[in-house]
Design a binder for this molecule. Structure first.
Ligand code: UGA
Ligand code: MN
Length: 244
């Protein structure tokens, strides 16, 4: 199966550094197709060059977040959904360019600022419907994780710093979905109408139930992805002639 890794990205000083880290992680992954969606009215040279030089199989798209939905500099991050427009654009591309039954794969929403162990991609190859695993450094906990029933090995709940009562209390980095499901449920999209912090839960509800989730990463005992966030650097001057 091909792993379709969907990465929304937007311009800020750390963008190239973030994308360099992600692209070099993906070079270590066999059979990956990177779908990079810029939050922009046009495709930038920075991202285009990075992709051309990456040797990866990729698709470069762009979709600007409408100004009304865009996070302002001083807004707290939770105030707005991030990545909605971009992930929907990637879903549209998948549904228009791949064929149900013919193309086999899994879809993973891979934010540009997280840290990924290549093992998380090996886990994805086992997915039949929806696979889930722990995510480190998120929700005010050292890690969030699905909680498994010792007898059945199935997911019975979640250890999550925020609203563990959500139908799926899982960060975007903590699941991947079989491409067949993505291609069959064409109505499944992200939406600004979803309650804040409920994007993952509401999106997963289109495809599966808690009982059907496939716990991976050694029965959710291993952390292979971290919800890291990069400090905003102080940049008081721009050296001309360098693309940073
Ligand atoms: C958490 C989750 O990890 C995200 O997957 C989820 O989209 C987000 O919450 C949410 O609730 O909307 P967080 O670290 O707070 O993520 O979000 P960011 O990393 O700032 O953004 C997620 C993705 O969207 C990143 O790939 C980022 O590059 C992209 N983004 C962010 C844009 O394309 N445009 C923006 O204006 C902001
Ligand atoms: Mn993030």
């Amino acid at each position: 199966p091909v792993i379709y890794a969907v990465t929304p990205t937007y311009w800020r000083h750390v963008q190239k550094a973030e994308l360099t880290r992600i692209s070099q992680t993906l070079q270590l992954v066999p059979n990956v197709h990177w779908i990079v969606v810029e939050d922009s009215d046009y495709k930038t040279d920075l991202v285009r060059n990075l992709l051309t030089e990456s040797d990866l199989i990729y698709t470069h798209l762009n979709a600007k977040t409408p100004p009304f939905e865009k996070l302002k500099d001083k807004d707290p991050r939770w105030k707005r959904h991030r990545g909605v427009e971009q992930r929907n654009t990637a879903l549209k591309w998948l549904r228009e360019n791949l064929k149900l039954g013919k193309d086999k794969g899994v879809v993973y929403f891979m934010d540009d600022d997280n840290t990924y162990n290549v093992r998380v991609f090996q886990e994805m190859n086992k997915i039949k419907t929806v696979g889930v695993w722990p995510v480190g450094l998120v929700g005010g906990l050292n890690a969030e994780t699905p909680v498994l029933d010792k007898k059945t090995g199935k997911v019975m709940g979640y250890r999550s710093g925020w609203r563990p009562d959500r139908p799926f209390a899982i960060d975007m980095a903590g699941f991947a979905i079989n491409l067949d499901l993505i291609l069959s449920r064409t109505d499944a999209v992200f939406s600004y109408k979803m309650e804040k912090g409920y994007q993952e839960s509401e999106f997963l509800s289109y495809f599966t139930t808690k009982e059907q989730l496939e716990p991976l990463a050694d029965n959710c005992t291993k952390v292979y992805v971290w919800h890291t966030r990069t400090e905003k650097p102080v940049v008081n001057g721009i050296v001309p002639g360098l693309e940073v």
